[in-house]
Design a protein around this ligand. Structure first.
Ligand code: MRU
Length: 367
């Protein structure tokens, strides 16, 4: 396996040139561990168990999963079986189906003997496209942050609230919501990030706090329930979150809890932006509440929490009475009317069908 310190990206090819290595996100922040994916089953398991997570990274991992399957058997049947296995791993992230469609389109028309190299080539392109898209989101989002900073007292930090992890760990690099944050920090702009913990799996507390902290971005973790209070008290200048699926009409599915933050931001006229690449848009649907599939996860994630005992030992403890019923909807939908704007790889637009159409005039809208 590669040097465990080489974790600038969330996913890369191993030294053998064909297996895939990932940062195992189930171990963070207690341990920076690398896991090796050597088969399509490994890739599917990594997505289901959330060793990799975040819509863009799920897509790229699935693309390599297809390549790994073809390496074992490059037939049509093998491609179809890999596609079916990977497609059902997590239902909400649009990037998953998009990446698998891309792989199919590149590989399926080819002769069997040409498919493996073509699959690896396309997966590697998706990796670089992801990095470039996120970097572009960063540049466009940076302009939004700069203009808000101009409204503040000189030197006072811009207070940014984010939810879940839409950071570099959720993508190959840069993140979506975090890309403008990283660029602002690198440019020396005064910023501070409120990181909401994101129960039940605590992606904010465990992952966003880890990755922002690792790169020196000033941050404070808050309980999810504190966000409305901070927004009401004027402690938040802007909310930026990521997205798992955005409809052609501008509705946004993101980690559960996003909707409540949008409502609070709307009530107090705090700008609420959603950052995502084009690959997160589902041009086939309009109404997010009716049409976006919401993943239901194991109730144990609600009844139990995982944390560190001492410096690195991981332990799970129960927080409810034994045998308590629990329900675990992993995402929610924020209607477009509560979103101030979208920060995409093509630029910033209003959260509406018209706004999206203006940035993506070539999109094949298929309603
Ligand atoms: O369940 P997760 O951790 O995969 O959910 C991740 C999110 O909701 C992110 O905000 C979203 O995927 C955007 S990632 C750039």
């Amino acid at each position: 396996m590669s040097d465990p310190k080489n974790t600038e990206r969330s996913l890369w090819l191993g030294p053998d040139g064909w297996s895939v290595e990932i940062i195992d996100q189930t171990k963070l922040p207690y341990e920076v561990a690398i896991a090796r994916l050597g088969s399509v089953e490994d890739a599917a398991r990594a997505i289901v168990t959330m060793q990799v997570r975040g819509a863009p990274l799920i897509g790229v991992t699935a693309a390599y999963g297809a390549a790994l399957a073809l390496r074992e058997d490059a037939s049509d049947e093998s491609l179809a079986a890999a596609d079916a296995l990977l497609r059902k791993t997590r239902p909400t992230a649009a990037n998953l189906g998009w990446a698998l469609d891309e792989m199919h389109a590149r590989v399926q028309p080819l002769a069997v003997c040409d498919r493996v190299s073509a699959a690896y080539e396309r997966a590697a392109e998706l990796v670089e496209e992801d990095v470039a898209a996120n970097r572009a989101i960063g540049e466009h989002g940076l302009r939004v942050l700069r203009s808000l900073l101009e409204t503040k007292k000189p030197g006072a930090p811009l207070q940014i609230l984010t939810h879940c992890n839409a950071g570099r760990l959720a993508t190959v690099d840069w993140g979506t919501a975090t890309a403008p944050i990283y660029l602002a920090h690198q440019s020396g702009l005064p910023i501070h990030v409120w990181v909401s913990e994101t129960r039940p799996r605590n992606q904010g507390a465990a992952l966003t706090a880890w990755e922002l902290g690792e790169r020196g971005v000033p941050l404070t973790v808050i309980a999810d329930n504190a966000a409305g209070h901070l927004i009401q008290r004027g402690a938040v200048d802007i909310v930026i979150v990521g997205a798992d699926r955005v409809t052609a009409g501008g509705d946004v599915a993101n980690k559960v809890g996003t909707y409540l933050k949008a409502l609070a931001a709307n009530a107090h006229q705090v700008p609420f932006y959603v950052a995502f690449p084009e690959t997160t848009i589902d041009w086939k649907i309009q109404d997010g509440i009716a049409e976006i599939p919401i993943e239901q996860r194991d109730a144990r994630e609600v009844t139990h929490v995982t944390g560190a005992v001492g410096r690195s030992k991981r332990a799970e403890v129960r927080v409810t009475p034994e045998h308590t019923a629990a329900r675990n909807d992993a995402f929610d939908v924020t209607p477009a009317r509560f979103v101030t704007g979208f920060i995409t790889d093509r630029g910033v637009c209003g959260a509406s069908a018209a706004g999206l159409k203006q940035l993506f005039p070539d999109a094949a809208i298929n309603l």
